[in-house]
Each structure stands twice: as C-alpha cells, then as structure tokens.
Design a protein around this ligand. Structure first.
Ligand code: UD2
Ligand code: MN
Length: 278
C-alpha cells in the first residue's frame, strides 16, 4: 500500500533508455535497519555519483527523480555525516536524485523556509518534478522509505528518536517532507518571513490546508528517523503572531515575492552548493 500512494512516474524525461524500468517492490519491502553510528569512519565509495551530487542508476531506468533540498549554515560536521550517509542510503533505492545544499551566507537569523524557496528555483532548473525538503541533521533509519513523491505531500520523519518515535501533533510538517513541484508552486512555496527558529513548518502546513491539499505519512515502521544532537536555536519571538495571520499572506509572500542574491554556485563531488544572501 506504500506503493499505491506513490505517483506512477515522476521521473525526468531523460533519454530513450533501452534499459528496463527499475523495480521498486524489493526496496519498499526492505525494512533493513540502515543506521549505524559508525558511518563516519567507513571508507566512502563515491562511484556512480556525478559532479554536483547526482546519481542515476545504471542498470535500470528509474521511475523517480528527486531533488533533495537542504537548508544550511554552519553545521559542517552534520553536513559531512549527512552527505555520506544519504548517498549510501539513496543509491540503494534505484532512484535518480541530486542533493542541493542551500547555504545562508549573511548573518541574519536563519531563514529555513526562504532557503527552501531558493532551492526550489535551482531544482526546477534541473527539471526535478519532486522535492524533498530535508533538515541536515535527520537520517532515515529504514531502507524502505522510498525518497520519491507520493500523490499527496508526505511528512517523512513521523517516528523521530528525539520525540521518542511518536508524532507530537498531527499537523507537524517539519523535518523532512516530500512534495511534488506542482503542489509546491500551487501553494506559492513557503513564507519568506520567518527568521529564526520555528513556525515556518506550521505556516507551510496551513498553506496546504488552505488549498485543500491533504498530507500523508507512511507507517511508523518505515518512518523512523534519527536526529543528530545539537543545541536549540534561538526561537523567532514573532512566530506565533506570524502564524495567526499567515493566511492573509499566502498569495503575496512566497515564491512570487522571492528576492535573493546568489553569492556562489558550485558543483562539489557530493552536492550542488548554492551560497545565498537572503
Ligand atoms: C524543528 C523541525 C525543523 C524546523 C525547525 C524550526 C522537525 C524534526 N524539525 O527542528 O524542520 O521546522 O524545528 O525552524 O520537525 N539549520 C542550519 N544552521 C542553523 C540553523 C538551522 O543549517 O544555524 C538548518 C539545518 O538543516 C537544521 C534545520 O535548519 O537541521 C532546522 O533547524 P534545527 O535543527 O535547529 O531545528 P529543530 O531540530 O528544532
Ligand atoms: Mn534539528
């Protein structure tokens, strides 16, 4: 039933490949526990990952193309761990993907949601039809959580170790979510106004609700995530006020009002790096 909720096909229309379609039935049945604390010491084999952190299965034709978008600033160790773990994890899923790291260059409070909007612009340039909006400190523990878009936007990390594997509230839509580009654009992306910690994920959920787009989740057994340890960031004092009147801004604050400056764009071996002033 996981498979039923996935889109039939969200791949980029690449070449007229002679290969057979990749088979995902094994992947989604495979609930192997992937997470181990030792990944940092493993010898990393980067074969088949191309410049910019893209992967394309070579033995079969992928049915899913996913842009993994990661908002980032000053979490070097976490980024290192994330890239290594995720490339090892994702290459086992037979999907086509690329990792975009959107780094905030300025010293203003961190603006997670705006960085996702910026990431969506770059992912669109690379023609990705499916976005996974992903915190840098989260790692999926079970192989079977396919990194593809479902028909409905999906909250992926619903069984997080930090929350003792329980969902704190039904409308939680933070951490790691999968959403089709079409739906992301339809709700005008996320708000650009949330600076500092908190609220931006709830605002995004409200946008989906207002457009009558329901979210979904896979079973908890497939949604176990671990969060790397870090200090609590400084909360945005205005977040509750913003949230309360957020609905007034859905159509004016988001992708259609996005302004930013690209400071640097670089293809690294394991990721596409976009450095921006917000
Ligand atoms: C929760 C949410 C997260 C977000 C946040 C509020 C879950 C599991 N997580 O995470 O999605 O809604 O609350 O904003 O529901 N970051 C940096 N550098 C910084 C600050 C943040 O790179 O200085 C990035 C990084 O990708 C990080 C993410 O922003 O993982 C979220 O920040 P957090 O991890 O401090 O927030 P947390 O764990 O409370
Ligand atoms: Mn975190």
């Amino acid at each position: 039933n996981i498979f039923d909720s996935l889109l039939q096909k969200t791949t980029k229309n690449v070449s007229m490949s002679q290969l057979d379609n990749c088979d995902y039935s094994d992947v989604i049945k495979d609930n192997t526990y992937m997470y181990k604390k030792t990944y940092q010491n493993d010898i990393f084999d980067s074969s088949e990952i191309t410049l910019g952190g893209e992967y394309h299965p070579e033995r079969c034709k992928p049915l899913f193309s996913t842009a993994i978008i990661v908002p980032y600033r000053q979490r070097e160790k976490q980024l290192q761990a994330f890239l290594i773990y995720m490339h090892n994890y994702l290459r086992k899923q037979n999907i086509n993907y690329r990792i975009f790291v959107i780094e905030q260059f300025d010293a203003k409070p961190f603006n997670r949601a705006k960085l996702f909007n910026i990431g969506s612009v770059y992912a669109t340039r690379y023609d990705y039809p499916c976005f996974i909006l992903h915190d840098v400190d989260l790692m999926p523990m079970r192989l079977g959580h396919l990194y593809a878009c479902s028909k409905q936007p999906r909250h992926m990390c619903s069984a997080l170790d930090k929350f003792r594997f329980h969902l704190p509230y039904r409308g939680l839509f933070g951490g790691a979510v999968a959403i089709e580009r079409y739906d992301y654009v339809r709700v005008n992306g996320m708000s650009n106004m949330y600076q500092g910690w908190g609220g931006e994920d709830d605002d995004f959920y409200e946008r989906l609700q207002a457009s009558k787009i329901d979210i979904c989740r896979f079973e908890p057994g497939y949604s176990e995530y671990t969060m790397l340890k870090h200090a609590q960031e400084t909360p945005n004092e205005d977040r509750l006020i913003f949230l309360r009147n957020g609905h007034l801004r859905f159509h004016t604050d988001g992708l259609n009002s996005l302004v930013f400056q690209e400071k640097e764009f670089k293809l690294h071996n394991l990721f596409t790096h976009v450095l921006v002033e917000t």
